[in-house]
Design a protein around this ligand. Structure first.
Ligand SMILES: [Zn+2]
Length: 406
């Protein structure tokens, strides 16, 4: 048993903060008690106390939208085979832990990758956050991302979609993922196909998520009843109300859209400076991300007001960007009008509930596993402090320590 004491402790439920807080963890990595340092040191006088001065302690962060082995944007993509991809994924998992991310949901990677990573982690061959996964994503023939062959499965017609769902479950998927929009306003799957996917997933006891950025794909996804809707970039207030009504959760993944928009702006500027030609497909590509960022900036606060549940996902597929920048997604939510404690809740309690694990992690309470992030500073006041990671615990075990440079 040990006690960790900090300047403040954020429980993850969107409300509770304990000043001069402490947490007591047993040898199995389970939280025994949470309270003020005075209370806990009086209650457990025999246990060793570790003090983290000037620090805040909160539940480990959850990233619901990850592609852990994504290598397609690498400049040396020609070198990538399954072995190198697996090493990249293992390195990404380590980097996720260093950012305080203790649970991820992978929403499409190469067939079998996540299953292998989970096994390797269980065998202690690699250091990894807890992984939930969809195995391959399901798309229509030629649908969103079809070029990424190993991580997607093309399926057409309700029965083939059902077959594809069954294949992912057979491969070990805890979730099912469909993709049904690209960069135009024409949806990909038909309503019948989407309904079949949700019906089959739920029938087999699995939850399902869907990539839907545009209209009417967003409405079709809501009608089908996907448990989480990824991106929903151009969602209306009325649709957010429908999601709340149906208990569907929104995973906006703003951080990746904002980064892509920034790239688009700089590419367009370079092109203009060189008097280059902008062809139609390039214009569609670049303007999509710029319009996306605009939509998030204009609508996020209004959508938030409907009370729709929001959870964090990052979807980083750019080269040389840290994978799982959940802290940046939280910071964007705060910038666009969410209370800091609520934005942290989106990455902790709410995300854990999405995974049906709200009773096991995502908040700090007795009986919960000790997934813990300790940061220097006070994210309630300065949300960016979430990036000043001091130490990360997964099920009570220290998995990352940041030793400050001398
Ligand atoms: Zn994605």
């Amino acid at each position: 048993m040990r006690l960790l004491a900090v300047d403040r402790l954020i429980s993850g439920d969107g409300e509770r903060v304990i000043d001069q807080g402490a947490i007591c963890i047993d040898g199995r990595g389970v939280i025994v008690d949470v309270g003020t340092e005075n209370e806990l040191s009086a209650r457990y006088p025999e246990f060793e106390i570790t003090h983290y001065h000037g620090c805040t302690l909160l539940p480990g962060l959850i990233d619901l939208h990850v592609h852990i082995g994504y290598w397609y944007s690498k400049p040396d993509f020609m070198e990538y085979n399954d072995m190198l991809m697996t090493l990249l994924a293992a390195s990404n998992l380590r980097s996720a832990l260093s950012l305080g991310v203790t649970t991820i949901r992978d929403v499409a990677s190469e067939d079998g990758l996540c299953r292998t990573l989970k096994y390797a982690s269980k065998q202690k061959l690699i250091s990894s956050p807890r992984i939930y996964e969809v195995n391959q994503g399901i798309i229509m023939t030629g649908g969103h991302g079809w070029q990424l062959k190993g991580s997607l499965r093309e399926a057409n017609g309700p029965w083939e979609v059902r077959t594809a769902v069954r294949e992912q479950v057979r491969a070990g998927a805890e979730w099912i993922k469909l993709m049904t929009s690209h960069r135009t306003h024409s949806p990909e799957f038909t309503q019948e196909e989407l309904d079949a996917a949700v019906g089959e997933a739920h029938r087999l006891g699995k939850k399902c998520c869907v990539h839907a950025s545009m209209q009417p794909a967003i409405q079709m996804a809501i009608d089908a009843g996907f448990d989480t809707i990824e991106h929903a970039t151009f969602m209306t207030v009325e649709q957010a109300r429908q999601m709340k009504e149906k208990g569907l959760v929104w995973v906006p993944t703003m951080v990746t859209f904002f980064q892509l928009a920034e790239q688009s702006h700089s590419r367009l500027k370079k092109l203009a400076d060189s008097n280059g030609m902008l062809d139609e497909s390039l214009e569609l590509y670049e303007s999509f991300y710029i319009e996306s960022e605009k939509a998030y900036r204009e609508n996020f606060a209004k959508l938030l007001e409907t009370g729709v549940k929001i959870a964090t996902g990052t979807d980083i597929v750019l080269d040389k960007q840290p994978i799982t920048p959940v802290a940046d997604e939280i910071a964007l939510m705060v910038e666009l009008g969410m209370e800091p404690l609520r934005a942290i809740q989106a990455a902790t309690q709410t995300a854990a509930e999405v995974l049906d694990q709200g009773h096991r992690f995502g908040t700090l309470a007795p009986g919960y596993v000790a997934d813990i992030l300790i940061v220097q500073g006070n994210p309630v006041v300065t949300i960016g402090d979430l990036k000043n990671v001091r130490e990360v615990f997964l099920e009570g075990k220290s998995v990352f320590i940041n030793t400050p440079a001398m």
